[in-house]
Design a protein around this ligand. Structure first.
Ligand code: ADP
Ligand code: MG
Length: 266
């Protein structure tokens, strides 16, 4: 028998408030893959992740590492960074307390908990911030704490829902590199929703282009063709070209910019 897929979705449909949101979605992701999910606003990206996590009702079959998602006991196996993480910045909670809450009842022994918290903070480059109040951190630092929180229970697959809304472009690059490094070091499988199509070529093993249905699924090379992008985003897809391609003088483009600009025949 083949080794189980990290994520296997078969004929998934979701109806919310009497409205069909997702229709007949089928795809699978190999263990250790970096999946990036793209699609316009309202295309059902968040709903797809919520369906996988059992947060909205769905029909069809969802398996995680070979087990039906509704029976996996998703805690522990799955990490999740939701699209909106809102909290009161004046709430006097420290970074390590946030992680302590995330650990929950796992790992009861205080010394081991402390070690685990230190270790995940180290992995996201936040070891020196354990005792800082979360409200004093920058957006990028909070992002790292959220990643640490998502991997605290050593999950095998982590879902990120548009993790970079509000983080600047420089933060963006190191964020994706951090995720890729974690993925490689921990053999994690990562499924990430991105509003930025241009990062797909650089980081994704697989890409899912969604617009209520699965418009295209596969390698970035196969999916990122104009025909698919127009199906997902409509005509005028050109507005998604990265702004560095349009604004920076040619001689100032970095290798990463050039990679991005190569998309869609630029
Ligand atoms: N609980 C709900 N009830 C009814 N409609 C919903 C609900 N949640 C989301 N939707 C609708 O489903 C569509 C897809 O939403 P969403 O998955 O958030 O899209 P995306 O994350 O791609 O922007 C939107 O039209 C949204 O209004
Ligand atoms: Mg969304």
């Amino acid at each position: 028998m083949d080794a189980p897929k990290a994520l296997d979705i078969n004929d998934l449909s979701v109806t919310l408030g009497g409205k069909r949101i997702l229709q007949n979605i089928t795809f699978s992701v190999d263990v250790g893959d970096f999946l990036i999910i793209i699609g316009p606003n309202g295309s059902g990206k968040t709903t797809l992740i919520k369906a996988v996590l059992g947060l909205v009702p769905s029909s069809g079959k969802i398996s995680i590492f070979g087990k039906p998602a509704n029976r996996v006991g998703l805690k522990g196996m799955v990490g999740y960074v939701p699209q909106k993480f809102e909290f009161d910045r004046t709430f006097p909670i420290t970074v390590s307390e946030v992680l302590d809450i995330a650990l929950g009842k796992e790992l009861r022994e205080p010394l081991k908990r402390k070690q685990r918290i230190g270790s995940v903070l180290g992995q996201v480059g936040m070891a020196d911030y354990a005792h800082k109040k979360i409200g004093t951190l920058s957006g990028g630092q909070i992002q790292r704490v959220l990643i640490a929180r998502a991997i605290a229970n050593q999950p095998k697959i982590v879902f990120f829902d548009e993790p970079l809304a509000g983080v600047d472009i420089k933060g963006e690059k190191s964020f994706y590199e951090l995720i890729r490094n974690l993925k490689e070091a921990q053999k994690l499988t990562v499924a990430l929703i991105s509003h930025d199509v241009t990062v797909v070529n650089l980081y994704a093993d697989k890409v899912a282009a969604l617009n209520r249905i699965m418009v295209a699924f596969g390698s970035p090379k196969d999916v990122l063709i104009t025909q698919n992008m127009e199906k997902a985003y409509g005509q005028g897809f050109g507005i998604f070209k990265h702004k560095e391609c349009l604004e920076k003088p040619q001689e100032e483009l970095t290798q990463q910019d050039i990679e991005r600009c190569k998309l869609f025949g630029e």
